[in-house]
Design a binder for this molecule. Structure first.
Ligand SMILES: [Zn+2]
Length: 352
């Protein structure tokens, strides 16, 4: 049983200005867009209704669907449409700033260029920003399924675009890695992350969803990761936990995704998110792949508030931790922080 959300809280959580640091742009693809692009690009879908694809028994089971959804993206215009819809859909649920992953490995292997992917994303995001006021930065994720050499080639391609002043490349503020954790070692990617860090790019890493706390620590030690995406296993090691608390290394946690994709916990109420925050970890709240899990950021805030019996001020504090963990410069963070604090007062629901 979960506690009911008090009247007014649901609406306030929807309107609360929110930051998101763990969301894959490919995982925001509307089912109708999956169908349209599959038809346009002659990609066979195994079902007529893409929503039927969106059922998973494991992280790797999810990844097979994620890769299928990625495969319908072919042209620069496809990326622009995806990015536009992604940001507009986020803004409709209170998103004001997002650092969004994109994972181009499959497209580069298929002969597309990083320049057209980045230019397409930039075109769609710029249109959505002008329409809604939301702001979106990009994180280029390496797909571990393609290995370390591909990651190094990709970071070199990104740095070449920066030198050339390519369209949209200034939007890419960092790198990370995602995809399968099984049979992988963080250290394999040290050179790719080193090159990115040397060029001033920020660094994050998906870890601890299907791997232990030693792998989480290795991302910091070997990759220079400033954030960890998921980090679910961190509490298994008190020393790693203490280090993350002391240094306030952020975790970008996606509770509903962990239930629906990784089946890491039977129900939301059993998720470690409250324990993470109770221990003093900078654990932020995010959706991961909202369209593929029937989710949006407003729903995620409501679901967490309901599952853990959290009220308005706790949820506003979570939103502020998203601001603290983002990669905007200090003045940009201050503007966002003031906006969230202002909403704490102006949107405060009536006492229940
Ligand atoms: Zn993710």
């Amino acid at each position: 049983m979960t506690a009911p959300v008090v009247p007014g809280l649901a609406e306030a959580l929807e309107a609360l200005p929110k930051v998101e640091l763990h969301c894959h742009v490919e995982g925001t693809m509307r089912p109708a867009t999956v169908s349209d692009l599959a038809a346009a690009n002659e990609v066979d879908l195994p079902v007529a209704d893409p929503t039927e694809l969106y059922r998973y028994d494991s992280l790797d089971g999810f990844l097979r669907v994620f890769w299928l959804v990625q495969s319908v993206l072919v042209t620069q215009g496809d990326w622009a449409r995806l990015a536009y819809e992604s940001a507009v859909d986020g803004a409709a649920h209170g998103l004001v700033y997002r650092e969004s992953f994109f994972t181009p490995a499959r497209h580069l292997a298929a002969g597309r260029t990083l320049a057209e992917v980045v230019a397409g994303l930039d075109e769609g995001l710029a249109a959505a920003e002008a329409e809604t006021g939301v702001r979106v930065a990009l994180i280029l994720d390496f797909d571990r399924d393609f290995g370390a050499a591909a990651a190094e080639e990709t970071v070199d391609a990104l740095l070449a675009l920066r030198r050339a002043g390519a369209t949209g490349v200034e939007r890419v503020v960092g790198v990370g890695y995602d995809s399968t954790e099984i049979g992988q070692e963080p250290g394999w990617y040290a050179e790719a992350f080193r090159r990115a860090g040397a060029a001033g790019l920020r660094r994050t890493a998906h870890q601890g969803e299907d791997s232990g706390p030693e792998a989480i620590a290795a991302c910091v030690d070997l990759l220079g990761a400033e954030r960890i995406d998921h980090g679910l296993s961190i509490l298994e090691d008190p020393d790693v936990t203490s280090r993350f608390v002391d240094d306030q290394i952020a975790l970008t946690v996606c509770p509903s995704s962990n239930i629906r994709i990784a089946n890491a916990f039977p129900t939301l109420a059993e998720h470690v998110f409250p324990e993470m925050r109770h221990r003093g970890l900078l654990a932020t709240l995010n959706t991961d792949d909202p369209a593929l899990t029937d989710l949006d950021l407003g729903r995620e805030y409501r679901a967490v508030a309901s599952a853990f019996g959290w009220g308005w001020d706790t949820m506003v504090d979570i939103a502020l931790d998203g601001v603290a963990a983002c990669w905007l410069p200090d003045d940009g963070k201050a503007v966002l922080r003031a906006r969230v604090e202002d909403a704490r007062t102006t949107l405060r629901p009536p006492p229940g």
